[in-house]
Design a protein around this ligand. Structure first.
Ligand code: HMG
Ligand code: MG
Length: 306
């Protein structure tokens, strides 16, 4: 089958700027401004938005206001606010403020996992029994992340087999979907094809998402490979904000505007209004006080439409 012969009519985007973006910004954004960005994202048509993290405020001070943000965020119909949640304490906090979906996170790399959550991969998976099953029992949806799926800042190359193993455990524990993280944005298209071919031997399309960081400019190319191979869920961050405090060199996530622009041009719907998401990017930029790296964010869309 030739290239682009099996493109879907629609894919689902999962917005991570309020969490992945802000966790790595020097500026501490105040509650009212986070809510302004949340409204702008929802107004642009995003339906799945990661709002914050219920982690230790000592580890991630930028998201120390997770409880307040969740309590005050507006709840437009059809918008699912999600939040990172590493342990039972996080789940308790998420439940108390009416979060409907949580995301657990773990790395395929032992060293990155240790730096990120202070535990081995095996111990982290074991500890998730205190998070995932109780969350499901109280009616929450649970998503999972496998970080460093393309490479690790400490260990280098990662065995794709270990990515499959960790994803299998997350799905077996009840995650509805596993998002594969290119944490340091080192992946290239052939590697993406090989990794996804391995994953699709065992997992179904709705069970996999791609979470690409754009550190080396390969995020969109990897998304395109994913799209061709059947992936229908993609994570992105407005303006290309983002990174990981425990992954030196990790730059921003793939920019939502770049993804929406490319997909729209190929006839793949996202439900997101390009002009409004560009406006949301302006809001994001005004909050963090630095020029955001997204390409469409910087180039704008003026003059592109008849
Ligand atoms: P720890 O120090 O091993 O845990 O941290 P602990 O149980 O010993 O607790 C230490 C302190 O944290 C205690 O407070 C706890 O109460 C508190 P103290 O007694 O010292 O005052 N604590 C909490 N406070 C609030 N909420 C909680 C909570 N849990 C413990 N839920 C822990 C373990 C996981 C908590 C810590 O390592 C942590 O918070 N890490 C943050 C990790 C993180 O958020 N990383 C960035 C997100 S992952 C990412 O960006 C990658 C991703 O985007 C995908 C990709 O790109 O690949 C998802
Ligand atoms: Mg990330």
């Amino acid at each position: 089958m030739g290239l682009f012969e099996s493109l879907p009519a629609e894919v689902s985007l999962y917005e991570v700027s309020l969490r992945d973006g802000l966790q790595n910004e020097r500026a501490t954004v105040i509650l009212r401004d986070k809510l302004r960005l949340a409204d702008a994202l929802a107004n642009a048509g995003l339906k799945r938005i990661e709002l914050t993290s219920f982690v230790s405020p000592k580890w991630i001070p930028q998201l120390a206001d997770a409880d307040e943000v969740s309590r005050h965020v507006s709840r437009p119909p059809g918008v699912m606010w999600s939040a990172l949640c590493p342990n039972a304490r996080g789940l308790e906090r998420a439940r108390a403020v009416g979060i409907e979906e949580i995301a657990v996170f773990i790395s395929a790399s032992e060293t990155h996992n240790l730096r990120n959550v202070n535990k081995s991969v095996a111990k982290t998976l074991e500890a998730f029994h205190e998070v995932i099953a109780p969350a499901l029992a109280s009616g929450l949806r649970v998503r999972g992340y496998v970080s460093t799926a393309w490479g690790c800042p400490y260990e280098g190359a990662i065995d794709p087999g270990s990515v499959v193993d960790v994803a299998r455990s997350l799905l077996a524990q009840g995650c509805y979907q596993v998002s594969l993280g290119d944490t340091i944005g080192c992946g290239t298209p052939r590697q993406t094809r090989d990794l996804l071919a391995l994953m699709f031997r065992e997992f179904q399309v709705p069970q996999l998402a791609l979470h690409m960081h754009d550190t080396r400019g390969t995020a969109l190319a990897n998304v395109l490979v994913g799209l061709e191979m059947g992936v229908r869920d993609f994570d992105s961050s407005v303006g290309g904000m983002g990174g990981c405090p425990y992954a030196p060199g990790a730059a921003g996530n793939l920019a939502t505007e770049d993804l929406v622009y490319m997909l729209a041009g190929m006839g793949v719907g996202t439900g997101i209004d390009l002009e409004k998401i560009v406006e949301a990017g302006r809001v994001a930029e005004s909050l963090v006080g630095r020029v955001l790296p997204g390409k469409v964010h910087q180039a704008g869309i003026r003059g592109l439409r008849a």
